[in-house]
Design a protein around this ligand. Structure first.
Ligand SMILES: Nc1nc2c(ncn2[C@@H]2O[C@H](COP(=O)(O)OP(=O)(O)OP(=O)(O)O)[C@@H](O)[C@H]2O)c(=O)[nH]1
Ligand SMILES: [Mg+2]
Length: 477
């Protein structure tokens, strides 16, 4: 006997759903059947196309696969993100420059969001200082400078940026595109506003005034979704004119660039004010080290007809969610013997991963990846150097390091890394040697991937791997 609530198995719900209405006339029946015939022709054509693609795919040499792995947030010494999407941007810049530059309109919005986000952090920092000054119980009050009325006026005017932030977020995550669901705005512990967070900065390295460190909210976009399409719809005119600003709709009355331009002078004043700098310093907020830093270029990026340069696009920050696949066909002229299809997978980083060493251990020991060649990038070396020069002591992070924290010579930071006692590369090489199920060569680079030249390391290693290894059958991470 059937249990109560169970469907009768002999009735197919699909049949019921597509069954013709019981009172169908002869004419309606003819119409329906004709539509069904048309749909079948389309469906057959799609099946044929898929089959043809599958056959063509099988005939081709297997593509080289590159999986970009890393964290979204990492340790305190080299903070923030890993630069996976930036590496991918470098590939696009090198091999699909036209398509890359056609996306300038979208990246312009991301850069504007980065700018606004930076100001959100600054305004929050001033608010925290104000609160601390008002509260007599604050222990660190004597360290906080008095905030001049002029600065507070500027702050008030610039709260208009929070509206721009909202507009930009809405544009980057349009309704119905699925982007809103994919948008992750991390919790904020308060500040100037309770509004949505913006994209841009990584985690600030410091604490609040006499309180908890500020938690940075960040806009994340699922890169498999066409967030760029919102802006591409604005594109008009000749597609070939990508080098100019023609890809941007300058007539758009809603363009956030207009408000940014109107507030430009005030933004520059606030950022350059020594009290602002002091307040940031007291709160250990090193804006220069945060991802998506454009505050030293405010006049240019808020200019009425600002078009992002390649360099700006490489520096722009938009967090990735999920996995994106990009295909490139690399010509032999640029890559030597590497003329074949490449698939590059950009994997959005996770905050939960313990640290870079842990991730490297996991990847090295993974049995499914045992025949996969690995290249390790110790990225953001420029920021590492900046931190060393700012007086952060390596010994506070690496106990075995006992040498001088001396940075007169700009190459010193690299010497530290290469030093036998604390050779980070050696540490990672040992992990690979110990954990790898099969012996593998260790490739490692200290990089600054915002510099397009960094791609050359990848290409040089790939050539070597393809030559040394089993040439046709190499998969890469
Ligand atoms: N100064 C400096 N900035 C870098 C470097 N590499 C990446 N960045 C910047 O850091 C930010 C984050 O880089 P992404 O490439 O988005 O990082 P990601 O690994 O894709 O991060 P998730 O998407 O969160 O997983 C961007 O604003 C980059 O421009 C670097 O070597 N030096
Ligand atoms: Mg990314």
């Amino acid at each position: 006997m059937a249990k109560p609530g169970r469907n009768d198995n002999s009735i197919d719900p699909l049949d019921v759903a597509i069954a013709p209405p019981p009172d169908e006339t002869e004419e309606e029946r003819e119409k329906r059947l004709s539509k069904e015939r048309e749909a079948k022709v389309v469906s057959d054509a799609i099946d044929e196309e898929i089959e043809a693609e599958r056959t063509a795919e099988k005939k081709k040499t297997r593509p080289v696969k590159i999986l970009l792995l890393g964290q979204s947030e990492s340790g305190a010494l080299i903070n923030g993100t890993e630069g996976k999407s930036t590496t991918l941007k470098n590939f696009q810049l090198m091999y699909e420059p036209k398509a890359f530059r056609l996306e300038r309109a979208s990246w312009r919005a991301v850069i504007q969001l980065n700018v606004v986000r930076s100001f959100h952090l600054i305004l929050d920092a001033i608010t925290r200082a104000q609160k601390a000054l008002q509260s007599s119980s604050s222990s660190s009050i004597e360290d906080i400078p008095q905030i001049p009325t002029e600065l507070l006026k500027l702050k008030l005017k610039l709260t208009a940026l929070l509206t721009v932030e909202g507009t930009l977020i809405r544009r980057l995550t349009p309704d119905g595109s699925g982007e809103t669901e994919a948008t992750q705005l991390a919790r904020s512990n308060g500040g100037t506003s309770g509004q949505n967070g913006g994209g841009g900065a990584g985690s600030p390295s410091g604490g609040g005034v006499g309180g908890k460190p500020p938690v940075v909210k960040e806009l994340a976009v699922n890169s498999t979704k066409p967030w760029k399409d919102t802006f591409n719809r604005l594109v008009h005119g000749e597609r070939d004119s990508f080098e100019s600003g023609d890809a941007i709709d300058w007539e758009d009355p809603e363009d956030p660039g207009r408000i940014l331009h109107d507030l430009s002078d005030d933004m520059i004043k606030l950022w350059n004010d020594p009290i602002t700098q002091l307040l940031l310093e007291k709160q250990n907020l090193r804006m220069q080290e945060l991802a998506g830093f454009f505050l030293d270029q405010l006049e240019r990026v808020t200019a009425p007809r600002y078009v992002p340069t390649d360099d700006d696009i490489l520096k722009a920050r938009l967090k990735t969610l999920g996995v994106t696949e990009h295909r490139f066909t690399f010509s032999s002229t640029k890559t030597g013997q590497l003329s074949r299809d490449w698939k590059v997978f950009d994997v959005g980083g996770h905050r939960s991963q313990a640290d870079s060493v842990g991730l490297w251990s996991e990847v090295s020991s993974n049995k499914l990846l045992k025949r996969t060649n690995l290249i390790l990038f110790l990225n953001k070396i420029d920021i590492f150097r900046m931190k060393l020069e700012a007086g952060i002591r390596l010994a506070d992070y690496i106990v075995s390091y006992t040498k001088e924290n001396d940075f007169d010579n700009t190459t010193m930071s690299l010497v530290f890394l290469l030093d036998r006692n604390i050779d980070l590369r050696k540490k990672f090489a040992n992990i690979l040697q110990d954990k790898s199920p099969l012996p593998r060569a260790f490739y490692c680079h200290l990089t600054t991937v915002t510099d397009p030249k960094s791609t050359k390391y990848i290409l040089a290693n790939l050539k070597e791997m393809l030559m040394i290894g089993n040439l046709a059958k190499v998969d890469l991470v």
